[in-house]
Design a protein around this ligand. Structure first.
Ligand code: IVH
Length: 672
């Protein structure tokens, strides 16, 4: 049976769209590039031979075209303005007062949207077809980047649906979603290609390509946030206009919401600020727009910004400062981490004077030296990082640069250091004889999620180790009141309190105990999985690598770390001492087999509104479910809050059921 060109073109188009979706949307190519290119060339040939076959949404229309020698300049029919900024709720109150005074009405509805941190573009549709796309430029004239914007997979090349105006200029932001950015950089790093500092730079660099075939390979995404010049009718509110854009196939923000009054704007700002780090894209604030178009017109513009909108900025997450020096810190596992000493700066809402430099590879990648001006990033609770070195024009004023030299002995105990094969970090070989390692081990052991010894803080731990009172975690349970009371800044009362909390911590649980041991890569979830699997500590200590790998959450590397830890004589001794000194726990009761969710395995991801992830897991376990930290074929259901990223994606790929928080809460009500 022969296939007609029509059928063949349709089949190729469907195939290519599927492959492109895997490549761009999921960043998981299903065929080699060469296969994709071959199919694409075949479709191009068919479309050339039968021009009637060219569909406006054909993948041939998105591959990019021959490089331009330069971008043409285009004039915007209406200028692309910027926004006034607000930095506090007082600034917002002032804005609201100005709006209400001018409108003579105190009841104002605002449309709230994330301020996307990308590149502004204008896209013109004539009779529903994309005819022009331009950058903002100086606001009056921008650059013609039509060929590049045509390659962005979520930008419709033709609009569909009812009532598309004959001339419609859509404005919005082009970004690269965070997870796609990470993958793109990881691939670039592996191929020694260009690594970008942040998603915004990557989006800007990708749009500025004269060769749109390069742009086509970048995971760009567009979000419409307003319209420019329009011939034809549109609804009377900003919110309804954007809904209409969505009906015609244009992507808009999922987080857009209308609210009444300025207090509700503050609530929206606070809610999104809390979710900021879990959102799929970088945002640098919230934009508030008067919703009614008649009101917007009445308010008008002042210089280059509208009076009807304002951007309330989040605290900057990236700022520049000077690298004053580098200290080397020894961690729990002996890893020696270079820590940047910085000229203090305010970033991400706090003053930062230290940032991690990770390891020697990272220092080399950044090309950073002491004396450089560096860009520091602090996002949410993440420890501050140095993301790049700013190029500073060399002059007599430029401070002298100094190379960063790694120590060849432990800076704390002087032991030899070694770099394990395949690892980027160097480690102190001193083990517990190294004071710095011992202190870090004790800090972890005493921490809240481990043995939870209240009152045993960092300063005290330093004192106890430096004075030789504690040489292993077991020694904590040998401390006497006289010893403690004799320490500096320790009275009778506080030493009594500390002894009481040490005593209390003896009664723990097996998962907490396993976690407290501080085995590499054994976090809380893995410790719990190990406890549930083995039920008894002895069974865990005796388990072979094969048996360990049978536990949820445990792969070959974790199994190797566990075997290495429990095989070490010093660790065996410490564990025996802890038990002899009265550390104990009740028998592990495994919920599975009992309860309505018995036999199911759940993964909780993203941010939940009503409780922490830990509490949600606890609830699930109390109903008999198992909980795990990573999604695999063994997972039954994923509970995904807003901002769920790679775990949600993996669940989608594996066809695992996903529930959101409201659905889950309803389910709990029925089960409990
Ligand atoms: S509205 C006249 N909405 O922020 C108002 N802008 O300083 C036009 N931006 O370069 C802008 N997200 O690219 C608007 N939801 C949003 C936005 C947004 C990001 C950018 C825009 C512009 C800058 C304004």
């Amino acid at each position: 049976m022969t296939t007609s060109p029509v059928e063949e073109a349709a089949a190729l188009r469907a195939q290519l769209l599927k492959w492109a979706e895997a490549y761009f949307e999921r960043d998981a190519p299903v065929v080699p590039d060469a296969d994709y290119d071959q199919a694409l060339r075949r479709l191009e040939a068919l479309e050339r031979a039968f021009p009637d076959l060219v569909a406006p949404d054909s993948p041939t229309q998105r591959v990019g075209s021959a490089p331009l020698s330069e971008f043409q300049s285009v004039e915007h029919r209406l200028p692309m303005l910027s926004l006034d900024n607000a930095f506090s709720s007082d600034d917002m109150d002032d804005f609201h007062r100005r709006v209400t005074e001018r409108l003579g009405d105190s009841a104002v509805t605002y449309c709230c949207e994330p301020k996307l941190d990308g590149v502004a573009v204008s896209i013109v549709y004539e009779q529903g077809s994309l005819v022009l796309a331009a950058t903002r430029g100086d606001g009056t004239r921008g650059e013609n980047i039509t060929a590049n914007v045509r390659t962005i997979s979520n930008v419709p090349l033709t609009l569909s649906g009812e009532g598309v105006p004959p001339y419609l200029e859509v404005r919005g932001e082009v970004v690269i979603p965070r997870d796609a950015f990470e993958r793109m950089n990881a691939q670039a790093r592996a191929a020694d290609g260009k690594v970008f500092v942040n998603p915004r730079n990557a989006a800007a660099g990708s749009l500025r390509q004269l060769d749109s075939r390069i742009t086509a390979r970048r995971p760009l995404a567009f979000t419409a946030y307003s319209v420019g010049a329009v011939e034809g009718d549109l609804p009377g509110t900003h919110h309804a206009i954007l809904q209409r854009l969505r009906d015609w196939g244009l992507p808009i923000s999922d987080y857009m919401q209308t609210v009444s009054g300025i207090a509700a704007c503050d609530d929206y700002y606070q809610a999104l600020a809390r979710q900021r780090d879990e959102l799929p894209v970088d945002i640098d604030g919230i934009v508030f727009k008067v919703n009614g178009m008649a009101e917007q017109e009445k308010l008008g513009f002042v210089s280059r910004a509208p009076r009807w909108a304002i951007a309330r900025k989040f605290p900057a997450q990236e700022v520049s400062t000077q690298l004053l020096g580098v200290d080397f810190q020894v961690g729990r596992t002996g890893a020696i981490t270079p820590v940047a000493r910085l000229q203090p700066v305010f970033v991400g809402g706090v003053t930062v004077s230290n940032a991690t430099l990770h390891n020697a590879d990272e220092i080399e990648r950044l090309g950073v030296q002491v004396g450089d001006t560096v860009v520091v990033r602090r996002a949410g609770d993440v420890i501050p990082q140095i993301v790049s070195v700013m190029e500073s024009p060399s002059s007599d004023l430029t401070p002298r640069r100094e190379r960063i030299v790694f120590p060849d002995h432990c800076p704390d105990c002087g032991s030899d250091v070694a770099r394990e094969e395949g690892e980027a970090v160097i480690r102190c070989m001193g083990g517990m004889a190294c004071g710095a390692q011992l202190k870090a081990v004790i800090r972890h052991f005493a921490s809240r999620k481990a043995m939870d010894i209240e009152g045993l803080g960092d300063k005290l731990i330093d004192q106890l180790v430096d004075d030789g009172l504690v040489g292993s975690v077991a020694d904590i349970f040998r401390l006497s009141q006289e010893q403690l009371a004799a320490l500096e800044r320790m009275g009778d009362k506080s030493s009594e309190n500390l002894l009481a909390s040490i005593d209390q911590s003896r009664s723990t649980s097996l998962p907490k105990f396993i976690y407290a041991l501080g085995i590499r890569e054994v976090g809380e979830a893995t410790a719990r999985a190990l406890a549930n699997h083995f039920l008894e500590l002895d069974a865990l200590l005796a388990a072979s690598s094969d048996v360990l790998e049978g536990v949820d959450d445990v792969g070959p590397i974790v199994a190797r770390h566990i075997r290495g830890f429990v095989g070490d004589d010093r660790n065996k001794r410490v564990i025996a001492d802890l038990l002899a000194l009265g550390v104990n726990w009740p028998p592990v009761t495994v919920a599975s087999g009992k309860g309505p969710l018995a036999g199911t395995t759940w993964v909780v991801t993203g941010k939940l509104e009503s409780m922490s992830r830990g509490d949600a897991e606890q609830r699930l376990r109390s109903l008999g479910a198992k909980t795990a930290s990573s999604v695999s074929a063994k997972t039954s259901t994923v509970l995904a809050g807003p901002g769920a990223g790679s775990k949600r994606k993996k669940a989608e790929e594996l066809g695992i059921s996903i529930v959101d928080e409201p659905e889950w809460l309803t389910m709990l009500e029925e089960l409990e």
